[in-house]
Design a protein around this ligand. Structure first.
Ligand code: MN
Length: 197
């Protein structure tokens, strides 16, 4: 399924903004922006813990749900399911999604920064199923790739991708999820966000 530039319809359809504190998302700005492109990973304790990997592109956040989270080890491939585009303001969201709402649970801003495409044409790279990029986050840096899996080209796994670290000076065998479990904006752990004092 192709996603349009102002592709927040699916995002909005799933949520009741009278109930959840998540942003509704403004209309995307017209024209190109000189601002750096936002990159964010949200650690999301919903029915299952996962990491939501988001890259700003054309006024929205392209989004993938990564069940096991990113790995700094280039030999490790992490499954990433492409999900609906999110509003750019979502990249500032940390807090609680009410129980019973879509994605109900706790959201932590696990990493945030900017990203730079390593391809001349991002839209074409997305279509071709291989997007290379550099991350400038607080936790994740250097070169990465998202590759669409073979099953990602049809059938049930059509939105299946792999998130892989490229070999560079930021590659490592360290378990970044274990070693850096706290929010980059509030320094809180998930359960501290879930049960504010
Ligand atoms: Mn999520």
């Amino acid at each position: 399924m192709a996603r349009s530039v102002d592709g927040l319809k699916e995002y909005r359809k799933k949520r009741d903004f009278k109930v959840t504190g998540e942003p509704e998302g403004a209309a995307p700005p017209n024209g190109s922006s000189q601002r750096d492109l936002l990159y964010v990973i949200q650690k999301h304790q919903a029915s299952h813990l996962h990491y939501d990997f988001r890259l700003e592109w054309r006024g929205v956040l392209l989004s993938w749900a990564v069940p096991k989270g990113p790995s700094l080890d280039p030999s490790v491939k992490r499954f990433a399911t492409r999900v609906e585009d999110h509003p750019v303001e979502y990249g500032g969201f940390e807090g609680i999604i009410p129980k019973g709402e879509y994605g109900g649970g706790t959201v932590m801003l696990w990493d945030r920064g900017t990203w730079t495409p390593e391809v001349p044409d991002v839209d074409e790279a997305l279509r071709a199923g291989e997007l290379k990029f550099t991350l400038h986050g607080k936790k994740l840096k250097g070169s990465w790739v998202l590759v669409k899996t073979k099953s990602g080209y049809g059938g049930r796994g059509k939105d299946s991708w792999l998130l892989i670290k490229h070999r560079d000076r930021y590659a490592s065998g360290d378990d970044v999820l274990e070693e850096k479990p706290r929010s980059v904006v509030s320094n809180r752990l998930l359960d501290e966000i879930a049960k504010p004092k």
